[in-house]
Design a protein around this ligand. Sequence first.
Ligand code: UGA
Length: 429
Amino acid sequence: MKLSIIGTGYVGLVTGTCFAEVGHNVICVDNDAAKVKMLQAGGIPIYEPGLEELVKKHVASGRLKFTNSTAEGVQSSDVIFIAVPTPPQPDGSVDLSYIEKVARDIAAAMTSYKIVVDKSTVPVKTGEKVTETIKRYCAAKVEFDVVSNPEFLREGFAVGDLMKPDRVVIGTSSQRPVAAMREIYTPFNAPIIVTDINSAELIKHAANSFLALKISYINAIATVCEAAGANVQEVAMGIGLDERIGRRFLNAGIGFGGSCFPKDLSAFIKIAEQIGYDFKLLKEVQRINADQMERFVKKITDTLWVLKDKKIGVLGLAFKQNTDDVRSSPAIDLCQRLQKEGATLRVHDPKAMDKAKALLPNATYVDDMNAVAEGCDALVVATEWDEFKQLDLTRAKKGLTHPILFDGRNLFDPAEMEKLGWIYKSVGR
Ligand code: UGA
């Protein structure tokens, strides 16, 4: 099928590329000329495992094209996906101005029937607004349908999540676009749920806030475990093997971050408020997440006492492993708190150092993770990168003034660390 994607951020770029991989002809639109040029040359502006190869492959195959022109995208495709940012506003609500602008641009360019699909994460009832806007601004007065098709990919695993989705949600108020939407997704072999637009939009916010709730739940359990002398990982395993609960997203740590969970939680709380429901449960999820960071910083200050003039090595800057994304990263938040207390930092991240420099200019960036500990008073693990488990502990121990490790992601085994002579503090164990 002929598809266009407006917006080549994480969601737009990965979606367009994976659509090309299953055989569709895709044209991706972005208003950033430099980005389009880079993509046309087969380069990518983000780090996402497996993506660059696929972009190169389909730029070469001719199934993936990039342009600055929305009109070109709209006129050369049957189905147009909107994948532009929906950033938070200071009061927690969502800024829908990019969506509104794109809806007007699409409307102005339409000369025949089109299916306009919203992929961006939006508040419930946005589809209704997009429909109204397109009707109002479509000079050619052609027919169209608006569909909600939320995205469930995780950064760092985006290509895999998109190629093998758990489910595909199609929200529409008319039968007309259903066959085309099914055709687009048939190659992905996933269960397809066809529902109304409002339910589809709600599914996205309900899914993300439930996952955030799961993390806050296990973080609260971690606090109880610490007080009770229990081990949160054993508890997570014990409850997670119950299929109704599931083991995934039960990793305790310094809390969740990123460009989705914090923003989507605030938005969902705000949307609920606007339609008359005080979502106290989700407010508590936010509170526990904020607390988790406070408690971890306290663990560090309880041990090191005064941080002024202390040098701390930090492993991890990205908001989670397998990404270079530092937006709302708990690791960056932690570093800033430590600096505020007077500590100087030596930091390392396998992929996120370049992007971190803007947020954390006054730290020493170390290319080799095994060299981070040199001359430091303590080492901190802030992101759950798998490679940190391979840290040369002997060398790190030699580099530190005292072998102290604060593990905010529970990567090491407490008994093992104690045997090796470390003062080792993790979360909920
Ligand atoms: C999240 C959802 O998982 C995706 O399904 C969704 O499509 C996406 O948001 C989105 O709305 O676009 P993402 O933000 O990429 O994906 O990251 P996650 O893998 O969900 O991790 C979020 C945060 O939770 C990270 O800071 C991670 O370290 C933390 N986390 C995750 C934990 O602290 N414990 C866990 O057990 C799992």
